[in-house]
Design a protein around this ligand. Sequence first.
Ligand code: SAM
Length: 249
Amino acid sequence: MDFRIITIFPGMFDAFASHGIIRRALESGRITMEAMDLREYAEGRHRVTDDRPYGGGSGMVMKPEPLAGAIRSARSALTNAKTLLLSPQGRPFNQAEARKLAHLEGIIFVCGRYEGVDERVFETDIDDELSIGDYVLTGGELPAMVVMDAVIRLIPGALGNEQSSGEDSFSDGLLEHAHYTRPYVFEGKDVPGVLLSGHHGEIRAWRLRSSLIRTFLKRPDLLEKRTYTDEEKQMLREWSRYLGSLADG
Ligand code: SAM
């Protein structure tokens, strides 16, 4: 999968590209990534990429010509790529969105700065607008890294272990179960015995129960949308009986 990022701060992506799974994905050729310096598409001695807003008011707006030039250059290199603007006004980004994006051949990210981009570029050159949450950051670079990180780990082979992303939180609508590693006893607390039993069926059931309970406690909104399997319904009934017994003493 090919990524191009249009930004006035291409250097921000150096650290992102040089660690862990992202670095391995680049080295293995599963992805390509190029941070394009928007200033190279700006005219004049000062290569200005922003200007004052028509109508007055505070802040600056990203000029349309350099943005359009950079996007069209990226598009001519990646003909099947989708162009995404990072913006707090965009559709909320989530795991389902990451799964859809992971099927694309390429993504061109447009990172806003200041008050954002001139509306005319948005109308003509942007396919979609994504937000990483209801808060306002200083630029689209961190959001672009967030989206890329979530997408890249879904590309087959990127994690090295095909199982890992399939069991993650949200992959089946639940949060992932609790995890434990050595030592067996830590500050007086030991690991649930079933995890050492070697009994795959019981371990799987324990993990499913752990997922259901954690989702209920941390993100009950996820459960409201869920269609339960018979096994899950049974687990919830047992848990509810257990809670009832605590209440009854
Ligand atoms: N004036 C804009 C508004 O109120 O909608 C906010 C502009 S923000 C200071 C500058 C840039 O940061 C945006 O153009 C966008 O690219 C990026 N950005 C900020 N918050 C974001 C978020 N939650 N998700 C995605 N991008 C964001």
